[in-house]
Design a protein around this ligand. Structure first.
Ligand code: SF4
Ligand code: SF4
Length: 101
């Protein structure tokens, strides 16, 4: 297959079910700060200004939370932990629930 210079092809791997982070397109401004701060480079910047970034390599996310912590728009991005990481711990004395981040 011949590829034109202006053409960008992406081939995401898809062994990971779901997405490691979820964007809220109503809040996200598409500033791409999360793209720059992701230490694993799993994102591609949004193809159009104002749109949410794209997730290219979901299986490489470490769930470190940098993208969420550095986002200037609260609620624009949230971690979407795999099921096996959603264990909650209960403090018997008070009944409080905690989750390891
Ligand atoms: S999720 Fe936050 S940091 Fe990422 S593009 Fe949207 S507003 Fe910017
Ligand atoms: S949690 Fe960490 S590794 Fe995963 S997308 Fe966010 S910054 Fe990247």
């Amino acid at each position: 297959m011949q590829i034109k210079n202006s053409q960008v092809l992406r081939t995401p791997n898809s062994p990971t079910p779901g997405r490691p982070v979820l964007f809220n397109p109503d809040i996200c401004t598409g500033c791409n700060i999360c793209v720059h701060f992701c230490m694993e480079d799993i994102f591609l910047p949004a193809p159009k200004k104002g749109e949410v970034p794209q997730i290219l390599y979901p299986e490489e996310c470490w769930y470190c939370g940098n993208c969420v912590d550095d986002c200037p728009e609260p609620g624009a991005i949230a971690l979407n932990h795999p099921l096996m990481q959603r264990v909650r711990w209960k403090r018997k004395a008070t009944g409080e629930h905690f989750r390891v981040r």
